[in-house]
Design a binder for this molecule. Structure first.
Ligand SMILES: Nc1ncnc2c1ncn2[C@@H]1O[C@H](COP(=O)(O)OP(=O)(O)OP(=O)(O)O)[C@@H](O)[C@H]1O
Length: 259
């Protein structure tokens, strides 16, 4: 009955790739408002296929024209997600840890400077957690953070625990916003970060945590958050937050990500 259907190995591979593409898109936009738009567009496409198969001329022409401009509309509607998707491909599959080291602690500084930087960061975060001083520290990797650096005050200093603690000390003019570290140097503080648009964010996450999720959705950076309310240390990467880390776990996470 289905003798007219010829499935070759290439077709199977084709279907597999389409399934993989849809899965990656779903993982990227799940929990955001974009998932509803995506489902809407997908349903419209399925209806168009059915209508066309039934030879319903008028409806299929109208839907066909909507879908004709669909590619452009999709790029506009999903601008943020397209960015995230391209970044995801570029960083997850093409980057390796050596590149991360190059961007965070500069290749010339070597492993010793890298460990000193992590040491200072961990010490500062542990002290700030004990004192319940809120902090938001972005560690740049391959993505440019210039856009966000420009929203704050330039610093250009080595990673020093006392300097970090002073910057985030309550009521000082610099304590608000995020600190950005790139190539082993503190490049700016008081920076404004984009907040996540995810709807399913735990209720106890305020704006600081939402900003950490946001910047790691837009870039491949890693963010350390110290909660002013609870003193909990968290790390964000790829829009996900790992909360309640001890100083030792923070060190292990940073070493895993950057060494
Ligand atoms: N978009 C943003 N970019 C940079 N910093 C931000 C942003 N949003 C909030 N912050 C910083 O986070 C601080 C605290 O915000 P909020 O109390 O809402 O966060 P939270 O997630 O509840 O954190 P905490 O547990 O420390 O209270 C703000 O005073 C500000 O310094």
């Amino acid at each position: 009955m289905f003798s007219f259907i010829h499935i070759t190995l290439v077709d199977v591979f084709d279907i597999f790739l389409v399934a993989l593409l849809f899965y990656q898109i779903y993982m990227m936009i799940r929990g955001t408002a974009a998932i509803n738009i995506f489902i809407g567009i997908f349903l419209l496409y399925v209806i168009w296929l059915v209508v066309r198969a039934l030879n319903m001329e008028m409806l299929s022409t109208i839907l066909g024209q909507i879908i004709g401009v669909g590619a452009l509309a999709l790029i506009i509607v999903f601008q943020q997600e397209v960015r995230k998707f391209l970044l995801y491909i570029g960083t997850r599959y093409l980057s390796n840890k050596n590149f991360s080291i190059d961007r965070f602690f500069s290749s010339k500084t070597g492993n010793k400077a890298l460990l000193v930087g992590i040491d200072a960061l961990v010490r500062a975060c542990r002290n700030m957690a004990d004192a319940k001083t809120g902090a938001l520290i972005v560690l740049g990797r391959r993505s440019s953070l210039q856009l966000y650096v420009d929203t704050g005050d330039y610093i250009d200093a080595t990673i020093d625990s006392r300097l970090i603690e002073t910057i985030f000390f309550k009521n000082t003019p610099m304590h608000d916003g995020a600190m950005i570290i790139v190539n082993g140097r503190i490049v700016a503080a008081r920076c404004v970060l984009p907040t996540t648009e995810k709807l399913e964010v735990p209720a106890h996450f305020g704006m600081r945590h939402r900003a950490a999720m946001g910047i790691t959705e837009h870039t491949d950076s890693v963010v350390i958050i110290v909660s002013e309310e609870t003193g909990r240390i968290s790390v964000a990467e790829h829009g996900e937050i790992k909360s309640g880390l001890s100083a030792i776990e923070l060190r292990q996470t940073l070493e895993l990500l950057f060494i």
